[in-house]
Design a protein around this ligand. Sequence first.
Ligand code: AP5
Ligand code: MG
Length: 210
Amino acid sequence: MNAILLGAPGVGKGTQAQLLTERDGFVQLSTGDILRTEIANGSELGLSAKGFMDRGELVPDSVILNIVSLRLDKNKSFLFDGFPRTVPQADGLSNLLTSRGMKLDYVISLELPVEAIVERLSARRVALKSGRVYNLLFNPPKVEGICDISGESLIQRSDDKPEAILVRLNEYNMKTEPLKKYYEQRIGVASVNADGDMETVYRRVKAALT
Ligand code: AP5
Ligand code: MG
């Protein structure tokens, strides 16, 4: 099954993708996580993406489609988290799937008021290697500053500062929000209320995936 988790920055895409991966065998494909790993490794791709990401802007479509194309050959089904984010990316995904005899089954759009988004992002901490996401207010690690699973130090993402959060929200509204209409006209979109604790949202997402 191939599904897309759409939604504004901080709405909980990564958190839900993590739960669906651990509990239901989904394979998460997060372009944001892949780019952050490339930056941490100091690769050429990472260096080319870093400026865009730090400012909160989208990375060019061609870069993203290359990354996804390479990953698609490694599995048969995916949970796309943070991809696609523009109409050209959505068209690109459609071509990539068709050429592999794959198709998209679900598009889930997580919905949350902007005040809650800003609150969640400001208190987020992440483990870079494992990609695990925590929140100082809503989902703290057992030991302060340390990932429960990998033991690595938690960091605050460089794009979780107020200026970059505003740019990301604006990029979302201008370039990604239109994808809801795009997919409504093609396979349909299930809107899921992301206001609620993680387990409540998880149950709603699961229900939308059947
Ligand atoms: P990306 O990594 O995709 O970031 P994003 O879309 O801005 O989304 P976030 O990861 O910030 O939020 P999320 O929805 O995953 O929320 P999370 O689960 O962490 O992209 C980063 C950058 O990379 C982009 O700005 C761009 O530059 C580039 N990029 C990536 N993909 C790209 C693409 N396809 N095209 C172009 N550029 C691309 O949750 C947020 C916080 O809330 C956490 O602390 C979490 O613990 C907490 N939380 C989650 N759920 C709940 C809940 N139910 N209740 C309380 N707290 C909760
Ligand atoms: Mg994320």
